[in-house]
Design a protein around this ligand. Structure first.
Ligand code: SF4
Ligand code: SF4
Length: 370
């Protein structure tokens, strides 16, 4: 039944219609919550009502059959209610701790034919939660790397820390397959970012028919694109020219103009960033810094990238104080030590803007500066 006063035939239905009764009854009136064991949360309302939440990871790209299976689990255990978190975890809510433990065991027992987990329970507290990621080669037009592949490979090497809560603090890992970044790589403890390193290729013969030239010009944040004319086999084509030394390989022009693709096997790859967070617990929120400027794409398992991520995570786990987020740890020991301890070379590629005045030091600013 539509919520009162709401036009329900436009857009999605009001989320309030889908809240489990305990949430509806106690909306905005929750006293506290705690994590009672990895993957299981308890929320207690002012009224004394309690709800236990069991959290499980997902594959993010799912078949309808798989989604039906999730719905069947919700029907069986949690009154038909299921929630997807912003980090693509599943959450089922039940009334008692016993039911939560039963559901946790059930979810951990669900396996694919190959024996790997379908719905591994975890992702809470001082561990790695599910990796938020973007579309990758499957869906989007500007990716410089794959999303599902890089995330699957990463998740496999950090899986123990998804199931446990033995890290000093939560570690949020994110993935965006281009720097337009519909992921959260700017503010994650560890971030995987797809980057292009070559300017767009220009399909002069098709460009005027496929694109609005003024739109392609306006799309470029650095003013590298201008209208132009090109002669090919005696024919003049209205097109664009790109000032390559100005191009920062962002792909915005390609978003506006499909005749300016910039995907390239050698040019595309991955940068790693660390030290960001959105929490204001203990220290202020922080942006991530680039610590590895480029790793080539190595599908299907991205071994170089996963080795570096594992090294950063293990070094942090061994060296940081309790409650210290990854960036706080690096700030405390000094970023020079971070690079040493994680066996990462520091190069000029990590310096954000060498044209900025020298009164910024790389200690005070978001990125490393001269
Ligand atoms: Fe597309 Fe970029 Fe988002 Fe990836 S991060 S899905 S390439 S806009
Ligand atoms: Fe401009 Fe970005 Fe296109 Fe380069 S890739 S020309 S910087 S819009």
């Amino acid at each position: 039944k539509p919520m009162e006063g709401r036009i329900s035939d436009i857009g999605p239905r009001h989320f309030g219609e889908y809240l489990p009764p305990v949430i509806k009854d106690n909306f905005g009136k929750w006293a506290y919550h705690e994590i009672i064991e990895p993957g299981v949360l308890l929320h207690v309302a002012d009224s004394g009502d309690k709800t236990y939440t069991v959290r499980a990871g997902t594959a993010r790209l799912m078949t309808v059959t798989h989604i039906r299976e999730i719905c069947d689990i919700a029907d069986k255990f949690s009154g038909g209610y299921v929630r997807f978190t912003t980090r693509n975890n599943l959450e089922f809510q039940v009334e008692t701790e016993e039911k939560a433990k039963e559901l946790k065991a059930f979810l951990n027992d669900q396996k694919f034919d190959g024996g790997s987990y379908k719905f591994p329970v975890g992702g809470t507290g001082a561990g790695v939660t599910n990796i938020v990621h973007t579309q990758g080669w499957v869906h989007c037009h500007t990716p410089a790397t794959d999303a599902s592949g890089t995330v699957k490979a990463t998740m496999d090497v950090v899986f123990d820390d998804f199931q446990d809560m033995k890290l000093p603090a939560p570690v949020r890992i994110s993935m965006a397959c281009c720097l337009n970044m519909c992921g959260a790589v700017h503010c994650s403890d560890i971030a995987i970012l797809g980057i292009h390193r070559k300017p767009p290729i220009l399909d002069h013969e098709y460009l005027d028919n496929l694109c609005e030239i003024p739109l392609a010009v306006a799309a470029c944040p650095t003013g590298a694109v201008r209208p132009s004319k090109v002669e090919i086999n005696g024919e003049t084509y209205k097109t664009v020219a790109v000032k390559e030394e100005r191009c920062m390989f962002c792909g915005n022009c390609y978003t506006m103009c499909p005749s300016m693709p910039l995907a390239d096997k050698e040019g595309d790859g991955i940068a790693l960033m660390v030290g960001g967070k959105i929490s204001n617990r203990i220290t202020k929120p922080a942006f991530s810094k680039v610590v590895v400027p480029f790793i080539p794409n190595e599908p299907p398992r991205w071994p170089t990238m996963t080795k570096v991520i594992k090294k950063i995570l293990d070094t942090y786990a061994a060296d940081a104080n309790k409650y210290e987020r990854l960036g706080d740890w690096a700030n405390r020991i000094g970023w020079e030590r971070f690079f040493e301890k994680c066996d990462l070379p520091f190069s000029e590629h990590l310096i954000d803007d060498f044209r900025d005045p020298a009164y910024y030091t790389w200690r005070q600013t978001t990125q490393f500066k001269w």
